[in-house]
Design a protein around this ligand. Structure first.
Ligand code: FES
Length: 95
């Protein structure tokens, strides 16, 4: 199974996400907690900027506008990596 390296800025923490695992879930598997609430792409609590990388969504209508997508924002609770990627996360702590 393919996996990708995800880097969290500004800390520079890195972890691996297996193909098909959401970015949020992959982070939690290694003890990194991103800000989240609904975990289904509607509340936007988890929104963060992705300077580099490519993702796809696990839901048809994630709560993010076309402009936000163009500006590089993603919802990691419903985003699956399709390349190595870098995230500027709003709140992160190691559990
Ligand atoms: S946690 Fe609600 S949109 Fe991601």
């Amino acid at each position: 199974m393919r996996s990708f390296t995800i880097t969290i800025l500004p800390q520079g923490w890195q972890f691996t996400a297996e193909a098909g695992t959401t970015v949020l879930a992959a982070a939690e598997l290694v003890g990194i907690r991103l800000l989240s609430s609904c975990r289904n792409g509607t509340c936007r609590t988890c929104i963060c900027h992705m300077p580099e990388g490519k993702i796809r969504y696990t839901v048809d209508w994630p709560g993010i506008s076309p402009d936000e997508r163009l500006d590089g924002y993603i919802l990691p609770c419903v985003a699956v990596a399709e390349s190595d990627l870098t995230l500027q996360a709003r709140a992160v702590r190691r559990t």
